[in-house]
Design a protein around this ligand. Structure first.
Ligand SMILES: NC(=O)c1ccc[n+]([C@@H]2O[C@H](COP(=O)([O-])OP(=O)(O)OC[C@H]3O[C@@H](n4cnc5c(N)ncnc54)[C@H](O)[C@@H]3O)[C@@H](O)[C@H]2O)c1
Length: 328
């Protein structure tokens, strides 16, 4: 049985990856410090013999007994609300955490895939973004802690590949959505759905002409799975190229939820990208991958998930008290 370590396993993408690799009959070693994750995302797996969980912060040395075939490094705060509140931890998990996991991959002769992001393109001046675009990032802006951590993560990963011959894979994930996102994590989709379910007006930042493209989680996981098993070590964009303006998207949510909320407008946060759309030609050619789930179907499944949550989740202000983490 192949053994895989998944960091950030109690989070949104990490928990879906655990499900996928369990389904493929792997022994899954899940690791998380629960800073933004939630064990409820994994509780259905705890009874399985081929699943184990380590409560561990990957910015500290990572030890795993026995052989390891693969490592998926997904630990990192991922939403602006999270990484603006825990900036130092965000930098540390991208830098020190990635260093620790590359060291583990080298020791175990395991293949490692790291979760990079479309944020490495910053507020892009090229549209849509191909992997060849170097990006337009403000290193010292508030979002720099996330964007630069991910850029460093890519650099150190390529250095381990070139210098130590570690088998590495880099996925550049574009906005992904689906069940198990946190309602209060500040990302567009849970924010809109949360507002609709609470009967509040939907908040659009700026004039709503900025665009996003949203990938349903099952499609994203399929792309990551194929990339891991491929023999390609340079970065690959995995995301859905169907672009929509935030204003049109807010209108779609009002229709989906059957509510009669108004859309209200607030100032755009600093360095918020105006356009986001992946060029996925590389993923198509190399992996035979493209997204299959339409936004209408994906949004319906996501809305049904959020609707099924207990009412108190709707009114939780913050997932965690981050104050104690900021001292670590
Ligand atoms: N969801 C997206 O749209 C998206 C887009 C681009 C990139 N990504 C990347 O994918 C990964 C997962 O994102 P997500 O949306 O599932 O976020 P998430 O917040 O749901 O999950 C991240 C997980 O990492 C854990 N974690 C954070 N720091 C840790 C540390 N030091 N040690 C151990 N565990 C730690 C958290 O507790 C959480 O469970 C992140 O690396 C993120 O940057 C996600």
């Amino acid at each position: 049985m192949k053994r895989i370590l998944i960091t950030g396993a109690a989070g949104f993408l990490g928990s879906h990856l655990c499900d996928r690799f369990i389904k493929e009959d792997y022994h899954v070693i899940a690791m998380d410090n629960l800073i933004t994750g939630d064990l409820r995302n994994l509780e259905h797996l705890f009874k399985l013999e081929n699943f184990e969980f380590y409560h561990h912060d990957v910015t500290n040395f990572v030890h795993i007994p026995g052989k390891l075939d693969y490592i998926l490094h997904f630990a990192s705060p991922a939403s602006p609300i999270d990484y603006l509140k825990i900036p130092i931890q965000t930098l540390k998990v991208g830098a020190l955490g990635t260093h620790n996991l590359l060291g583990l991959a080298k020791e175990k002769k395991a293949r490692i895939l790291i979760a990079s992001t479309s944020e490495i393109y910053g507020d892009p001046l090229v549209h849509p973004q191909t992997e060849a675009y170097y990006g337009n990032v403000n290193t010292i802006g508030p979002r720099g802690v996330y964007d630069e951590a991910k850029r460093f993560m890519e650099s150190i990963t390529m250095a381990y590949h070139r210098f130590h011959g570690v088998e590495t894979r880099i996925v550049r994930i574009f906005n992904t959505y689906g069940p198990r996102m946190r309602l209060n994590d500040g990302r567009v989709i849970p924010a809109f759905i949360g507002q609709a379910l609470r009967g509040e007006d939907l908040t659009v930042f700026g004039d709503g002409s900025q665009t996003r493209s949203f990938c349903y989680v099952d499609d994203e996981i399929e792309g990551i799975y194929r990339l891991l098993l491929s023999d390609y070590s340079l970065p690959v964009n995995i995301g859905n190229p169907h672009e929509i303006t935030i204003k049109d998207f807010a209108e779609e949510i009002v229709k989906l939820t059957g509510t009669d909320q108004k859309i209200i407008y607030k100032p755009l946060p600093k360095d918020d990208p105006m356009q986001r759309q992946p060029d996925i030609s590389k993923a198509k050619a190399l992996l035979g991958w493209e997204p299959k789930v339409s936004r209408a179907d994906g949004m319906k499944m996501t809305y049904d998930y959020f609707k099924s949550l207990p009412d108190e989740e709707l009114y939780k202000k913050d997932h965690k008290d981050f104050k104690s983490y900021n001292r670590k």
